[in-house]
Design a protein around this ligand. Sequence first.
Ligand code: HEC
Ligand code: HEC
Length: 342
Amino acid sequence: MKYLFSILAIISLIFLGAKSPLESEDNPIFNEKTKVSDVLERLGDKSIKHFPNTSYAGVSAAQGENLVKNGFFQTKSEKKSAKQSKHFVCTSCHNLEREDPDLSVADPQARLLYTSQRGIPFLQGTTLYGAVNRTSFYNGDYDKKYGDLVRDARNDIREAIQLCAVECAQGRELNTTELESVLAYLWKLELRLGDLNLDAQEYEQLEQGVRAKGNKKETIELLKSKYLQGSPATFVAPPENRKKGNELIGDPNNGELIYENSCLHCHEESRYSFFSLDHSKFSTKHLSKHFERYTRYSVYQVGRYGTPPMNGKKAYMPQYTEEKMSRQQMEDLRAYLKKASR
Ligand code: HEC
Ligand code: HEC
């Protein structure tokens, strides 16, 4: 009987064209699954313009995902595309999950703990989760590395993807169908209100903001203060005196997390690099010994400058900015390698 009533109620709502019960004054419109972009749209914000163009033939979020994870694109009728890169896939350097407990700050130590609890790696590239919610890319010092190339990518996610495909992944450019498909996939990884640690009062403010007539600027600002609009990047040099290092006391346990979740992500069994590393004393001793030296195996060197792409062997190591590995974490890694090599 109860069911019959509810069914009748729903049917009459549909027929009478009444407002959905969700839209009425006292029911909340938003919950933790609500897309951040939907809220911004209802508030009249127009800062995000990079929606995928799905009118190109063959655009598919599923194939975008395939390209990001496996490096190629495949349509029903056609064969597999050529690999985007011989050396990497996007996930060599980028996570696809949320990686920070608080999205309004870039804190590498908070990220290290958050990612290692969830069993995901700790990497040089910023997670692609929420990438479509950002409005600027390759921020801060990246123009020092890529110069003019960054100019087009800074405010344009499509250019940022292409720059990364060619310069970071050392591969080929994506064609239009592939590019729009990757973008369609990235939209599946957009932020939800549940990612923003909003309290009940802030949810209420958002609701009020949407319902109120007039100026919604403050509500937009509140929402945007909860996540970074771009991922900051500060390049750091190795310490002046590599023997003394950063003059901070390293925590080997923290260093072990970095070794496991970052270095080994690429170097274990030569996954993305010819240079193979593991937990053996052979590996840790080698790195520990070279840490303070001026050689190609010094972690201060490769960690802060990366390695240059070499001719014919173009896999290279991206550097860690200060936001991706703090000076303290560098010393933690050093302390771990020293301890593990004894
Ligand atoms: C070898 C490592 C590497 C690979 C492979 C790689 N990237 Fe990146 N990517 C980076 C680094 C480093 C940055 C610098 C900015 C950042 O992410 O903080 C970056 C930046 C980006 C940005 C801009 C992010 C921002 O917020 O500034 C996007 C988008 C991106 N990459 C997409 C991709 C896609 C898509 C692929 C695969 C086709 C890919 N990347 C492959 C390392 C890589
Ligand atoms: C995104 C993948 C990636 C991550 C993460 C990474 N590396 Fe690398 N690393 C590479 C690649 C690629 C090279 C290029 C050399 C090659 O392939 O032979 C390289 C080169 C190096 C070299 C120089 C080797 C040589 O033959 O000159 C050292 C040392 C090194 N990495 C150490 C580390 C340490 C320590 C970490 C962790 C802090 C780390 N790497 C994290 C990909 C990575």
